[in-house]
Every structure is written in C-alpha cells, then in structure tokens.
Design a protein around this ligand. Sequence first.
Ligand code: MLT
Length: 304
Amino acid sequence: MRILANDGLDRVAIDAFEERNFEVVTEHYEKDRLIKEIKDFDVLIVRSATKVDRELIDVAKGTRLKLVIRAGVGLDNIDVDYAKDNGIDVTNTPLASSDSVAELVLGHMLALARFIAISNVTMRQGAWNKKLYKGVELAGKTLGIIGFGRIGRALARKAGALGMKIVYFDKFVKENHEYKYLELEDLLKEADFISLHTPATGKPLIGKEEIQLMKDGVFIINAARGGVLDEAAILEALNTDKIAGVGLDVFENEPKPNPELLNHPKVSCTPHIGAATKEAQRRIGEEIRDIVLNLDEDIRKVTV
Ligand code: MLT
C-alpha cells in the first residue's frame, strides 16, 4: 500500500505502516505536484492545509486512490460528497482532539479575563500596566457553549470544574442530564462568556444582530472555524466596548488573518492550534493507524 501523509502524521502511525512494508510519503506536495502524484497512492491523509477539491478529485477518480483521511475533525477542506460520488471514500478522526481544543478555549478565556495576552505585548514594550489590568474571575460566570458535540461537552466539564455555570445551545442535542439547554437567543442574552463549537456553513452564525443581543462586556471565543463569527461585526463591537474580549484560534482568512483583528488589544489569538498537542496528534495517529490497518484486511469500506 502507498500512503501519502501530505500534512504530516504522528510517528505512531508511520511506524505501524512501515512495519507492514507500506510505503509512507510524508513530504508535503503543493497542489501542482499533488495533482501529478495522487494517482500513485492508495490513501491520502490530510490536515487542514491540503484542499481536496473537485480538481484534485477529478484527477484521482478511477485511479488507485480509494480513501482520503482527514487527520482532525473539520471536513471543510474536503469536498466529501464529490469524492464519494466518484468512488473515493472519506473519513476523519473525530475522537482525538476534544480535550486539546477545550483546553485551548480555557486558555483564551483566562488570557482575556486576566489580560495575559495583552500584558505579553505591553510588558515587552516596557509598560507596567498594573492599575489598568483589573480582570474578572471565571468562577461564578455563565459560559454559553454553542454546539454541544464532543468538544463542547469537554469544555463544559472543564469550565464547570472551574466554577462556571454552563448553558448550551445545539441544533440537535436539546436534552442533557447535566447541563441546561437554551435557545440560541436566550443563551446570547445570558452568557458572560460564549464559546463556539459548530462547523462552518458558509454564513456566520454570529453577526451584528446576534452581538446586539449579548450582554455588554461579553467575551467570545472561536476555536471552531473561521467564518462562524463575522469578523467585521466583531471588530466593530470590540471598538465600541460591547465585547470585552475575543479569543480566536481560527480566522476567515487563514493563514493571513485580518491584521486589524490580530493587533487589537482586546484580542487573544493563536494560529489554528486547537488540536496541536502531542497527545491529540498521537491519538489522531492511532486512529489513522487503526483505520488503515482495518482497511488492509477488510477491503476499503469506512464511513465518516
Ligand atoms: C480540526 O478540525 O481537527 C482542527 O481544526 C485542527 C486542524 O484543522 O488542524
């Protein structure tokens, strides 16, 4: 079997494949090269950098490529339906990164609530803003989680342990034994902190109107997907103090986000590193190893 891990892969999977004499290529092919080479691989493994679009699928269909694995959760860089319609299966690794993403969200919440992100900038410039940086505690505040899948629930457990009151909105999960469900509008009105955990749909879930419903001085975190938040509306609300702070791990224009956002004193930012921990990458590697090894025995049928 020939496997192309175009955006990298944990050693745990590479070792397992090499033990079975599979050939694993971990060099990153840019689009032109990928289009030339793809027909010679059985499995393509990607993270978010490689786009598996119609152009690539058109070249790959009918060749030995039978499976694309997304090493991560979001499938927005893969045209899943078109791939499947053309005989190329697609799967992802949804189990591996929930704790890592949830911890990063907490990191942004603390960085904003206690001015840690901006202190790292201003102290390096020689400032000592002790009087200016009077923060708020997370304990006792209401955290509204929008999207209550694995990551949302992991965040609820961790934030609950810090003394936060958790409410959530989800399009599908309306009942939960431990946490209170609210309609989106009610959540927006009640929450002191809001964290987004929904896929991109091509249209922002949170724009100007939704922001107007929120409490003054709300904090918002987006470690889901760029485009779920309307960045222009966010900037405006930051500048009018409607929003006290925004934590962003994902952006509308990755990897070149709007500099006005990045340089805003009330923004804590990271470069899409939600799943970038040793533990998550190892678990992703283990999931991918198991997917491919099962494939080897039971020919090519996996499901997203
Ligand atoms: C994911 O969808 O798994 C995360 O956003 C991480 C990533 O894309 O690298």
